[in-house]
Write a protein that binds this ligand. Structure first.
Ligand code: BYC
Length: 474
């Protein structure tokens, strides 16, 4: 169904024919806008930003570009088209028709998943709210805002489901999504990574590369759900998510490219000299990779999880690209998981495949993360520099699951807590790394100009030149 832009809330779910739901969402809308003004991007609310907006959910219409002031962005409700006769793709009810309503027995578990997904969206906007003040270029500023408005829309996607399918509880949860705040002592966001500050652009690019990719994998799992409205919502969200990861991948590539230029110009790999020259040395970049990647490992939940077993068995949450698996039921099958043996070593534990779903999803994610890392390493090698960026082990710096609280090196070798603390600054960004990165963050807003620590992008947005004035500052 085409997106109806005539209504206060653009939608392709025929909202006008459900007055009760429409009224409830119209009641939530001003609260969302107040939240956006208060905790969305600081400044720039009156600037014209070259943004894409979806005008239909098919390939032709989902990216329509134009200058928009962010508070006027048409946040709405867009679901991918319904697949006729879709059947459940995994778990005990494999092959039965998917659900158009929430089965009573799965109500609270589905609500919990939708709330957890929804909570991450405004969280990321809050985390990034001050970045505009230190943007490295207008091109990057525009990309930041594109990501922010789309995370706002993803919040709408989850709020729609809560209002439409979960009655009063759902409406209350929708209110709470605007009450929790990233980093708040009293009322923080649900998942750890979404309470980490993102106060400089190196972390922004790491976040859009690693954390948005967790978004991709979780959305892929939910896009398999037997609860069809959730699956269709997540399918459309995935089309928008791709740009966020592109921002991360190209952002990190451009930082590396600039560093390589200066390394070759000055013929040095000495971090102190490179810092004097105003670029981000590769060991520092590696420590930021270690930080954000390990934070994201926790976002997949525990390796052995009864929650995951239940949601898989009941057809609520699948695995990414479930069709690619041979066995969609995984009833009596087992797999091996590496866990710490409590004696400073590793032991193999045999667990039911259903209990190890989180680990399977995490492994698919790690493989996907490697694609960009391999590309960055190829660029480093090609420029004649001897350095390899590595993803740390999934055991490293974990707070959730079997490896929680077990100190290891980034390679996954178990060490004592004392050694971890002693070597902390070798593994993870130190205070002085952070101070240095912050010192680089100076706002650049002349069209086409870039901050000294990042190379220009290869191309602009929507075939426009890099020099285009992507944000018209007011
Ligand atoms: N921090 O059995 P367990 C995105 C909790 S990102 C804090 O291990 P389960 C985006 C867990 O909630 C994608 N708590 O795990 C990216 C549970 O608590 P309760 C977001 C954590 O349930 C960038 C307990 O530990 N979407 O879209 O199998 C920008 C034991 O749980 C954490 C989703 O996450 C953590 N890291 O799986 C914008 C999808 N990890 O319930 C957006 C929805 C676990 O016992 N969520 N816990 O109180 C889920 O599918 C699952 O909740 C999780 C955890 C995968 C997160």
């Amino acid at each position: 169904m085409a997106i109806n832009y005539q209504e206060r809330i653009p939608n392709n779910v025929d909202l006008g024919n459900d007055r009760r739901l429409q009224r409830a969402l119209e009641h939530w809308q001003p609260r969302f806008l107040d939240w956006w003004q208060e905790l969305g991007p600081e400044g720039f609310q009156t600037s014209d930003v070259y943004l894409r907006t979806a005008t239909s959910v098919d390939a032709k219409g989902w990216a329509t570009f134009g200058a928009v002031k962010m508070p006027d962005y048409r946040w709405g409700i867009f679901l991918a088209d319904q697949e006729k006769d879709r059947t459940i793709g995994f778990g005990d009810d494999f092959g039965k028709p998917v659900w158009q309503q929430v089965p009573g027995e799965y109500r609270s578990i589905l609500r919990r998943l939708i709330v957890t997904q929804g909570d991450t969206e405004p969280a990321s906007v809050e985390q990034q709210r001050l970045l505009g003040q230190t943007c490295p270029s207008l091109f990057d500023l525009r990309n930041l805002f594109q990501v922010n408005v789309e995370e706002g829309r993803h919040l709408w996607a989850m709020v729609y489901l809560l209002h439409a399918y979960f009655g009063r509880d759902g409406r209350e949860e929708a209110e709470d999504l605007l009450m929790r705040h990233s980093g708040s002592e009293d009322n923080p966001r649900i998942l750890g990574t979404f309470n980490e500050p993102i106060s400089e652009w190196l972390s922004f690019f790491m976040f859009t590369y690693f954390t948005d990719r967790d978004g991709k994998y979780q959305l892929k799992c939910l896009a398999e759900s037997s609860f069809d409205p959730l699956a269709r919502t997540c399918q459309f969200m995935l089309t928008e998510e791709a740009h966020h990861m592109y921002v991360g991948e190209t952002g990190i590539s451009r930082i590396i490219r600039r560093t390589l230029e200066i390394m070759n110009e000055l013929k040095t790999d000495d971090p102190a000299v490179l810092r004097k020259a105003g670029v981000i040395d590769l060991p520092t970049l590696q420590r930021f990779v270690n930080f954000w990647f390990s934070s994201c490992m926790d976002l997949f939940g525990a390796e052995i999880s009864s929650n995951a077993a239940i949601t898989f068995a009941n057809g609520i949450k699948g695995r990414p690209d479930e069709r690619g698996y041979e066995d969609h039921i995984a009833h009596d099958t087992v797999m091996n998981i590496e866990v710490p043996d409590e004696k400073g070593g590793v032991r193999i534990e045999e667990v039911a495949v259903r209990s190890a779903i989180n680990d399977q999803v995490r492994n698919a994610y790690i493989k996907d993360c490697m694609v960009g890392v391999t590309r960055w390493n190829r660029m480093i090698k090609k420029s004649g520099i001897d350095f390899v960026i590595e993803l740390p082990s999934s055991r490293f710096r974990r707070n959730i699951g079997a490896w929680a609280g077990v100190p290891t090196t980034p390679n996954g070798e178990i060490i004592s807590e004392a050694e971890f603390n002693r070597r902390h600054d070798e593994f993870l960004p130190s205070e002085s790394d952070r101070v240095y990165i912050h010192s680089l963050m100076q706002q650049v807003t002349e069209p086409g100009k870039m901050a000294g620590w990042i190379a220009a992008p290869d191309r602009g947005i929507n075939n426009l030149p890099v020099e285009y004035e992507y944000v018209h500052l007011q």
